[in-house]
Write a protein of this length. Sequence first.
Length: 643
Amino acid sequence: MSLNQTADAAAPAAASSAEVRRLLNSDPPAAEERARDILKAQPENADALLVLAAALRRQRKVAEAKAILEPLVALQPDSAFAQLEFGLALESLGQHWEAIASFASAIDLAPTFVDAWCALAGALAHSEGGPGKGAASAIELVAATMKSRRFSEAESALRELIEREPECQPTRLLYAVALLAQDKGHLALGVLDDLLRRDPAKSFYRELRASALYDAGDFHQAIAEYELLLGDGHKRPGAWISLGRALRAIGRQDECVAAFWKAVEILPVFAAGYRTLATVKTIRFAPPIIDHLRGLLARPGLLTATRAQLHFALGKALQDAQRYAESFENYRLSNEFQSTGVSGATEPFLDLAGRSRAVFTPEFFRLREGAGCASAEPIFVVGMPRAGSTLVQEILAAHSAIERTGELRDLSQLAMRLRAGRPGDRHAYRYPEMLGFADIGLFRSLGEEYLERTRPRRKAGSPFFVDKLPENFIYTGLIHLIFPGARIIDVRRHPLDCCLSCFTNYLPEGPQWLHSLDDLGRYYAGYVELMAHFDEVLPGRVHRVFYEHLVEDPEKEVRRLLGHLGLPFEENCLHFYEREQAIVTVSVEQARRPIYRGSIGNSRKFEPWLAPLKKALGQVLDAYPEVPNFYPALRASFSLRLA
C-alpha cells in the first residue's frame, strides 16, 4: 500500500483552502489572522481551529497551540491530522514520548499518512539518544523534503545519512517510508526486515512492513503481518481497514467486510470506516446505520474531511435505497467538501492537451520513427477513470501470454520528470515541447528505464504485461516514441455514465476536476479531443474498446481486442472472473463476476441533476459513440500532403 498519500483526506479543507494552506507554509502570522477571522463568524469551525493551532505552533506559540488542540483531539477522535498537530505541539514542548504516542495514534487512524511517519521518525531520533540523536537535525531536513513530496530527493539524502550513521534506526525507518512513497515496497521490505530483527517490539515497523508487502503485491503475506499486528490487543481502526483491503484484493470478501465493520466497531465515529464500507458494492446499509450516519453529520464542529466522507457514505446508502434526490445531494456535498474551491481545475490538463496536439504532428513522428525501445511487452490500457479499464485488464490477464501489473506510476513519473524541464529552461522547453529538442537516443533509454522500473511487478514472466493507469492517455505520444511496438488500448464509456460514476465515487487523492460536474464534462471532452488527434496523426495506433459494445457482445469484442494484440483467442478471457486474481481498484467486486449490463444507463437515475455535465460535454455527448468532427481543417491538410 503506497504511502504517497496524505491522511486519506485527513487534512482540513474548508478553512484551509489553497490560499490558507499556502499562508500556513509561507506566512504563519497571516494564516493565524485568516483563521481568527473565520472563527469570529464560526467559533466552532474545527478546520479553522486546526489552522490556527498549526499557525501558532509555527510561530513558537506552542502552549497556545496545545491549548486549542487538546480539546479538539478529544472532539475529533478519528482525525489523524489533529493527532499529528497535537503530537507536533507536544514535541515542541519537549514531551517526546507523549508526542510519539500521538504520532502512533495518527498512524493507527491513517497508516498511509506520510507526514505522520516523518514526524514519528523525527521524534524517535530526538528521544532515543545514541545514534539517532546526532541525526535528528538531518532527519528533520529530510522530513521537510518528504512533506513537499520530493521523495526521490529524500531517498538519496537518506542513503547518505545511513552510510554516515548505519546504526540510526529512525533514519532507516524514514528511508523505508521514502521508498514506499514511490511505490518501491519491494525495496522497503529489506530495510524493514532489518529494523524488525533489531527491535521486534516496535509494532509500527510491522505495520509499515505490512504496507510494503501490500505495495509489492504479496497480499497473503501482508494479511499474515496485519493479523500479527492486530493480535496484540491495541485498537487500530486504520490497520483493520488496511487488513480489509488486502483481504478484498484476493477475493476473501466476507472476511474483508468483517474487517471493515471491526474498524467502526472499535471507533463508532470513524468516518473513514463508513466511507470504506460504502465502497463495497455488495454492502447495503440498514436503516439504523443510515440514521447513525445522519446523527454523526449532525454533530457540531466537524472537520470538513469528516463531513466529506460521511456524506459520501450516506449518498451511497440512499442511492441503494433508491432515494435519488437525497442521494445526489449528499454526493454533491461530499464533492464540495473534497474540493479546494479553486476554479479552473481542468485548465492545466487542457493546456497540456493543446500543447500536445501542437507538438505531436505526423512530421514529428516521421522524423523519429523507430527511435524507441524495441520491446512490445507493455500493453497500456488507458482512458477516463470508471470507464471499464479494470474489466479490460482482467480479460487480458486471463490470457496465457499476458499478466496483470496493475496501475503503475512509472510512465507518469518519467513523464513528470520530463515535464519539470531543466532549471533555467524557457517556457518552450517544457514537456512535450522539449521532446522536439531531445537527443533521439532519449526515447530508447526511457523505454529501457521503464522496463527496468516495472520488472519487480512482473511475477509470472509472461511475454506481455498490462499497465492499467487510465490517465496515461495523456502520454499517448510519449508511449509511441519510447515503445513504437507496444499496444495502446483506449477504453471508453458513455460520457454521462462515466462522469457520474467518477462523481459518485470517493476519490480524495484524485485531481480536483473529479469534484465538479462541469469540470468532469470539460475533462471528458478534452480527453476525447486529444485521442481524436492521435487517431488522426497515428492512424490505427490506438485500439478503442467501447464499454457498451463489450457488454453487448463480449466474445466479438474480445476477439477484436486480442486480434489487435496479435494473440490467438482463448476461451479463458471470457471467463476471467473464475480465476484467482488480486485486484486493488475500486472496481474489484465487478471484476470478479461475469460481464453484466447493470452499469449501463446508471446516469438516468440522476437525470434531473446532470444539466451542468451535459452542457460541458456538448458535442461529445451528442455524437457518442462517434467522435465529433474536431479537425476538418487538419484533415484537409493531410489530404493535400498525401496528394
